[in-house]
Design a protein around this ligand. Sequence first.
Ligand code: URA
Length: 427
Amino acid sequence: MNPVQLISRKRDGAELSAAEIGELIGGYVRGDVPDYQMSAWAMAVFLRGMTTAETAALTDSMLRSGVVFEWAKGGKRKVDKHSSGGIGDKVSIPLAPALAACGLEVPMISGRGLGATGGTLDKLEAIPGLRTNFSIEEAQRISGEVGCVICAASEKLVPADRKLYALRDVTGTVPSIPLITASIMSKKLAEGLDALVLDVKWGSGAFMKSRADAAALATSLVNTGKRMGVPTVALVTDMNQPLGRLAGNAVEIDESVECLQGAGPADLRLLTIELGAELLVATKVASDLASARTKLEKTLDDGSAFAAFERMVAAQGGNLSAPRPRAARVVITAERSGYIQQIDTEALGWAIIELGGGRKQLGDQLDYSTGLEMLVRIGDQVSAGQPLVEIFAGDRGRDSAKRMIQQAITIGDAPVDPPPLIAERIT
Ligand code: URA
């Protein structure tokens, strides 16, 4: 293989073969292809795009760059969910135990905060003692014993993505649909899944600001999953306002526990059930979406999902009964009367980071006690002086976060319809 030829052909819009893509990725991971050539190739892909066959070949060669989960034959069906990320998106925390309570196994590899969005691992680590770094063998053992585990990716899993993502981050090549697809799908499919559901968010708090871009990413992810033999469905969902009422770290565990105990906000419960139902149908645990929804609702209402969560937390070393910190409340009120027209949800995420709930720099220590509670939603009518948001804040960043949140919420005279929570289902 001559990397210069592959870069030039991609630059000129040619379709590369699976063997050529495999050689390039293999060479990059071994160190035979230097960063500058890989950057040029990533930029060529960014500008030229990739066919479904090329995207699947890239996913496959990235997946094979490290170890993959091997499962004994005849065990429970393995499933997972991936979300493209948003503010207050805590669905993984109730969903994994609810699926375990339905008899599936969820070996979920999750991430930390990225940009303005929070990360499931950071939220879980707000539970005193809880660990998320396990060897592949330990993660498989917990997942087998409990029915679910939520942990960080081991160094051995998909090293090609670790290297390529860091390169994309500094070469302006992150927002490329085929590169995002291969990055996400290689990590998820390395778990050895029988089915995957994707929650691709669109809106002011999402990576994809337009619904059309989110649908294009969802289609690419679904096509790649299916081409690689894993039943995959995506929901395109709303992120023009936070999911649920609470956003932060410890507060999102509190809200997840409410959901797992049959209560909590309606949107969180609905999305958890809709995403889970896709997996129950894909693995034939339920014959249709209606009966799948009923099964999942039952696990949230009869305590079985919560019991699975308690077992998972204990297996990961956490103490669910230990008090979780919540900083002092500060109320943010409406400056005028009218209707909540728009929420700059990404700005709410940056405000939480300002309070110490997320990282400004790699290695920053998190303050798990901070966050916010939304008291209004898009379309609500409010009066001047009415509380809109409560923040949980110490001294760190409190005044700037207050200003950011005040500016993030647009109140106007005209009533508006809230966007639907689930915009599209892509199969
Ligand atoms: N998340 C990922 O894991 N990879 C990307 O490329 C973008 C978002």
